[in-house]
Design a protein around this ligand. Structure first.
Ligand code: SF4
Length: 441
């Protein structure tokens, strides 16, 4: 993003106020802070608009593939480190289907991919895309396999082939799904770019000789009219992958070098190295990772890592405050409260479920803070718990006259009893103690 002074130099300098700011300089300062739009100035010349729009474009281009409500967005990142603001577009994971399989084996694999899913802190974690590989080297078979996959799933598709003929056949057959074409290199880029341009599909550009060679190849592809480009380093080692990913992100974000300002694809392959590449790509700027195969056990830690990295560090994941019945409670069941920090809620929920004791679980709004943090920050008080009790209507549902509180906030017992009129029972300090505690009551 250009500075306010650089923007100001290109403005008409009429100081007319039609942009809702009193002077052109004030408008320039708002643009520089992303608080106003260039279009708000009716006197901006087309040339100035083009120059400013180009310099204000994200350092890493936003590239999308897929169709309907299944579109994967890659790139458009602005930070080198997550704590500086946040990362926006989580690394997409794709599993591969080979066109050497027959149609029934393809259908089975696609179904298996669709069925791999995990739930964690209220979010569903699953594969985002399917890659179809042209192992047969046969254009007709590649087209049939792409069609078979497209018919079986609405997930976005990556087509993997170095043959422009195969790519044209398969991509043409499923162009309505706007697949990502993974196939351009130094040898075939002219033909591959023609296919991508013809079908308006994003194109992966592969070059293993280093970043200078990759930047040159990207420039050639770009000059043939392709804007939606994805980079593949063809990294031979973890060290190479780490170095090239880090350099690309650094020069794009810090130096605004647009020659490599594109999302990164990592073809992780299979086995143990694939897991390590997947982990590295998730941590260091990979936008999409292709795996030949990945068991549920190996996929799970990757999904969890991705979820953690791509959660906004300034906004804790929260659940809706209110009352939740656990293990089919009735009027004689006690109320137990916790906070609306997702990780706390789901841990407590799971421990109550383990106990099989019916409970009304009251979730108090602490702006997503955990019990001890919220208590220390004054966001979990006897008054806020009582307000939540009243607002949730749980007093109508539970006539037990009891409320169980986390052991860590035992200090609020007296005041909470006064505020609520309920008998306060101090529960365990750790959630893991809940099953034993509830069963022993
Ligand atoms: Fe300046 Fe344009 Fe705003 Fe008028 S509308 S004050 S010319 S920026």
């Amino acid at each position: 993003m250009p500075t306010a002074i650089e923007i100001f130099k290109l403005l008409p300098k009429k100081n007319c106020g039609k942009c809702n700011y009193p002077t052109c300089l004030a408008f320039a300062m708002q643009i520089a802070n992303s608080k106003a739009k260039l279009q708000d100035c009716p006197f901006l010349s087309e040339e100035a608009l083009a120059v400013l729009a180009a310099s204000a474009a994200p350092p890493i281009r936003l590239v999308k593939f897929g169709s309907g409500n299944k579109v994967i967005e890659m790139g458009d990142e602005t930070e080198l480190y997550r704590h500086e603001k946040r990362f926006f577009h989580p690394t997409a994971y794709a599993l591969t289907v080979s066109d050497a399989l027959d149609d029934s084996a393809i259908a089975q694999k696609v179904e298996r991919i669709a069925n791999i899913k995990f739930e964690r802190v209220g979010q569903e974690l699953r594969f985002d895309a399917i890659a179809v590989k042209n192992d047969s080297s046969d254009a007709k078979r590649f087209k049939e396999a792409a069609e078979a996959v497209a018919a079986k799933t609405d997930l976005p598709i990556v087509l993997v082939s170095r043959s422009p003929e195969s790519m044209k056949a398969a991509a043409g057959a499923i162009s309505i799904r706007r697949p990502l074409l993974f196939g351009a290199n130094a040898t075939n880029h002219v033909q591959m770019a023609a296919v991508a341009k013809d079908l308006n599909c994003p194109l992966v550009v592969s070059e293993g000789k280093g970043l200078d060679a990759l930047a040159n190849l990207v420039q050639l592809v770009k000059s043939s009219g392709i804007e939606d480009i994805v980079l593949d380093f063809e990294a031979g080692s973890m060290k190479q992958l780490l170095e090239r990913s880090s350099i690309v992100r650094k020069v794009s974000v810090k130096k605004t070098f647009r020659g490599l300002g594109y999302p990164i694809l990592v073809d992780a392959g299979s086995g143990e190295p694939a897991i390590l590449k997947g982990l590295l790509a998730t941590m260091k700027y990979g936008s999409i990772v292709l795996f030949d195969e990945l068991s549920e056990a190996r996929a799970h830690p990757l999904f969890v890592l991705r979820q953690n990295i791509y959660t906004d560090p300034q906004v804790p994941i929260q659940v809706k405050p209110g009352v939740y019945p656990v293990n089919a409670p009735n009027e004689s069941s006690a109320v137990l409260f916790t906070t609306n920090f997702s990780l706390t809620y789901f841990t407590v929920l799971s421990d109550i479920e383990k106990s099989k004791v019916p409970i009304w679980l009251l979730v108090v709004d602490t702006e997503g803070l955990s019990v001890m943090t919220a208590f220390s920050a004054g966001k979990l008080t006897p008054e806020s718990v009582n307000a939540c009790l009243e607002a949730s209507g749980v007093k109508e549902k539970s006539k037990s006259g009891e409320i169980i509180i986390p052991g860590m906030v035992s200090r609020m017992s007296g005041k909470l009893a006064e505020a609520t009129g309920l008998k306060v029972i101090v529960g365990p300090k750790e959630s893991s103690g809940i099953p034993k505690f509830l069963k022993s009551r």
